[in-house]
Design a protein around this ligand. Structure first.
Ligand SMILES: [Zn+2]
Length: 252
């Protein structure tokens, strides 16, 4: 089931059988010359929706939290970011809204490495607020929060290594671009030559330094390797891992 295309009676019925929800969470930031700005929000959303199509009775997919922490990409047109403090505040409000309905297992399915520290900080903020609340366990449900990065399943990592032995990279990766091409084949870009073929590696800090060190936006990657067919293999692998992982999470 998908929350944005469900009714409130649908969600009411869901809550009688499960208190788990999956929230795709990403970012709106440049992804090199041939990757979409929405890549990091699209990838977890595409995989989660595919998983839901395979197991509609087992998964409830929430709306995508599509803007995250991307300040370092702001020198590239189209990037939109939240400050970490804003993102934490928004995640607290999303969680409190869901808790009010009875969801006590919230699984954040992440598509952006730059979100990880802030998602974990948001979890700490949410748990701290509950710790300061003097009410006992008899008056409120437990709350379980989980972050999982879509590429971080062992099966998905080994598949990506097999498809892209060279130039997979760490930003604007071949795999993430392929996943978006699978879902939007009409928007697949012709493979323009990129120079250098494999982008440099390095550390990041602010937006100006990022553009200076990584002028076309890529880090360590050759996303000209991306195609829709390989994207479909990656989506299938990650979707099955997601179904299994959420089932384990729901039983905790
Ligand atoms: Zn990305």
């Amino acid at each position: 089931m998908r929350l944005p295309v469900s009714t409130w009676p649908d969600i009411d019925a869901w809550l009688k059988q499960s208190t788990t929800i999956v929230i795709p969470i990403g970012s709106m930031e440049q992804h090199g010359p041939n990757g979409f700005l929405g890549t990091d929000a699209l990838c977890p959303e595409i995989i989660a929706n595919h998983a839901e199509s395979l197991a509609p009775d087992e998964l409830l997919i929430g709306p995508t939290f599509s803007v995250g922490c991307a300040q370092h990409h702001l020198d590239f047109p189209g990037t939109i970011t939240l400050r970490p403090s804003t993102m934490i505040a928004a995640m607290v409000d999303w969680t409190d809204s869901l808790l009010r309905h009875g969801f006590d297992r919230i699984y954040w399915f992440n598509g952006h490495g730059g979100n990880i520290a802030t998602i974990e900080a948001a979890f700490s903020e949410i748990h701290a607020r509950r710790s300061f609340d003097p009410r006992g366990a008899d008056t409120r449900p437990d709350l379980w929060l989980q972050r999982r990065d879509w590429w971080d399943f062992a099966e998905v990592m080994s598949l990506c290594k097999q498809i892209y032995p060279q130039g997979h990279g760490s930003h604007a990766t071949a795999s993430e671009v392929a996943v978006t091409y699978w879902a939007h084949p009409e928007r697949e870009r012709q493979h323009t030559a990129m120079s250098p073929k494999i982008a440099p590696n390095g550390s990041i800090s602010d937006a100006v330094r990022y553009r200076r060190d990584f002028p076309d936006g890529r880090i360590g990657s050759d996303p000209t390797q991306a195609n829709a067919a390989d994207g479909g293999r990656i989506v299938a692998a990650s979707a099955q891992c997601l179904i299994d992982d959420v089932a384990r999470f729901g039983r905790r």
